[in-house]
Design a protein around this ligand. Structure first.
Ligand code: UDX
Ligand code: UDX
Length: 464
């Protein structure tokens, strides 16, 4: 079966870049990305490509090349579903904030809404592809909704989890290590898997496209993120030990990473991992393990999150202790708010939690991030509900000029590893600041010797 029309529900961080890459690599396929949010779709259609709702290196070039030709962004969800042979679901699946599984399980409300909508609209057979990260066995629920409420047409459900990382999404899609396609082990299931596989084969070698059953595919996504996050928590646990023992965490990472069995990636100690996926997916894994009575398995993975929370708390506490046990009324400048460099995404960013802890101590925080707008910073803090929106705005300011921000600051905390921070004129920053001038480097971005030679009191995660 050759796919000619694709619909993707959800024009977010996953849906937007993924569909842009498919459209650019498969000119003969018409791709329509739909979303409930008119505002988001309008931004995807904006004539100024710098206004796209997702910032990813290389993305605007792809959109420029394909938009209006074979890539369309629309709010006409029903029409797009009706016309497509293959429908990707890439709506968000946040951690539940209510009811059973609150704080752990994934909220599948959006997924179910999508399934019911597809069932209502579809008049021809459809292949439905789960792109969103979902708990293992969700495909069964989707299938049941589609089969029981549909118009008697045939639905094949595939799981095709996304492994792109933000900031490198386009490259991760174009040069994927692997693509995973899970589907039913039946002739129809096989045909659906092959149809999806043939789309990826337009730009990826066939041996990188792995086919599995649906459940392995769903679970593998959670496990991949859990393993990656576990590496970060593991090295962060060691960073605390390094700070006490005069070992240097970078040297430890390098020493162990050279062992090809361990490998060198994801061993950078930091102020803690963030992002929309790691915490959510591990919580989800923990919840699933618990719901099958596997308490030891649940506890094992939960520790990855406990360690991450500890790392963020430890960073904030070190700032307070070092600034003579009080930050009340002191100006602390945050360089970076995004959860990592090269993205405007702030979901679960360590910066939010470090700010919250310091605001509790009545610090005055000034935030500079090259990509994150003011409104987002406040939205992140307000969402925590720790203090009133007015108080958040009184105690924390967001600015556009990093040099200006450093004037009369007591300390600078580096929360995101933006490259531009390395190139700053740190001598001038030092002169701008109150003395002693402190830097707390949560990303191990700067050179200790150079900073100390300028005159800074410089603290780096994982180094005494
Ligand atoms: C994705 C995945 O889908 C999620 O499962 C994964 O774990 C993280 O990444 P993401 O693309 O980052 O989510 O989410 P987001 O940027 O919030 O985009 C989702 C879009 O879906 C939003 O634009 C939202 O408006 C839209 N949506 C949501 C719908 O169109 N319909 C719905 O019913 C719900
Ligand atoms: C992750 C997975 O990498 C991707 O495959 C999956 O599809 C979605 O989740 P993402 O959240 O975009 O991608 O970013 P990632 O690069 O994995 O970083 C996650 C967090 O870990 C960031 O806060 C990052 O700064 C932190 N990190 C990563 C470290 O602190 N140290 C490292 O060595 C690597």
């Amino acid at each position: 079966m050759k796919i000619k029309k694709i619909c993707c529900i959800g024009a977010g961080y996953v849906g937007g870049p993924t569909m842009s890459v498919i459209a650019s690599q498969c000119p003969e396929i018409q791709v329509t990305v739909v979303d409930l949010s008119k505002e988001r779709i309008d931004l995807w259609n904006h004539s100024d490509l710098d206004k796209l709702p997702v910032y990813e290196p290389g993305l605007k070039e792809l959109v420029a090349k394909t938009r209006g030709k074979n890539l369309f962004f629309s709010t006409e969800i029903d029409t797009a579903i009706d016309e497509a042979e293959m429908i990707f679901i890439s709506v968000n699946t946040p951690t539940k904030t209510y009811g059973k599984g609150k704080g752990q399980a994934a909220d599948l409300k959006n997924i179910e809404l999508c399934a019911r909508n597809i069932a209502k609209v579809a008049k021809t057979n459809k292949i439905v592809v789960e792109k969103s990260t979902l708990p293992v066995r969700t495909a069964q629920a989707i299938k049941s909704i589609l089969d029981n409420t549909g118009n008697g047409v045939d639905f094949e459900i595939l799981s095709n989890p996304e492994f792109l990382a933000e900031g490198t999404a386009v490259d991760d899609l174009l040069n994927a290590d692997r693509v995973l396609i899970g589907g039913a082990e039946t002739p129809k299931g096989q045909a659906a898997k092959d149809a999806l596989s043939s789309i990826y084969e337009n730009w990826l070698p066939k041996d990188r496209i792995l086919q599995t059953n649906v459940w392995s595919s769903e679970l593998s996504k959670l496990v991949a993120n859990a393993f990656l996050a576990q590496r970060v928590s593991s090295i962060n646990s060691i960073s605390a030990l390094c700070e006490k023992t005069d070992a240097n965490v970078a040297e430890v990472s390098r020493a162990i990473g050279y062992d090809s069995r361990i490998g060198s990636k994801f061993l950078n100690s930091s102020v803690g991992f963030g992002g929309s996926c790691f915490q959510k997916d591990i919580l989800n894994l923990v919840y699933i393990a618990q719901s099958y009575g596997l308490q030891e398995v649940a506890d094992y993975w939960e520790q990855v999150i406990i360690m991450n929370d500890y790392q963020k708390r430890r960073f904030a506490e070190n700032i307070v202790t070092t600034l003579y046990n009080t930050v009340s009324g002191k100006k602390i400048v945050f360089y970076g708010w995004a959860f990592k460099k090269d993205t405007n995404d702030t979901r679960e960013s360590a910066a939010i939690y470090v700010a919250d802890a310091l605001l509790d101590e009545k610090a005055e925080i000034v935030v500079y991030d090259p990509k994150v707008p003011e409104a987002q910073v406040y939205a992140d803090l307000d969402y925590l509900g720790t203090r009133s929106p007015e108080e958040n705005r009184r105690l924390l300011k967001v600015v556009n000029d990093p040099m200006e921000a450093s004037k009369k600051a007591h300390a600078i905390a580096i929360l995101t590893e933006w490259d531009e921070f390395k190139a700053y004129d740190w001598k001038s920053i030092y002169e701008n600041m109150l003395k002693p001038a402190f830097i707390f480097d949560g990303r191990r971005l700067l050179e200790k010797e150079i900073m100390e030679a300028i005159g800074f009191d410089y603290y780096k995660i994982g180094q005494s």
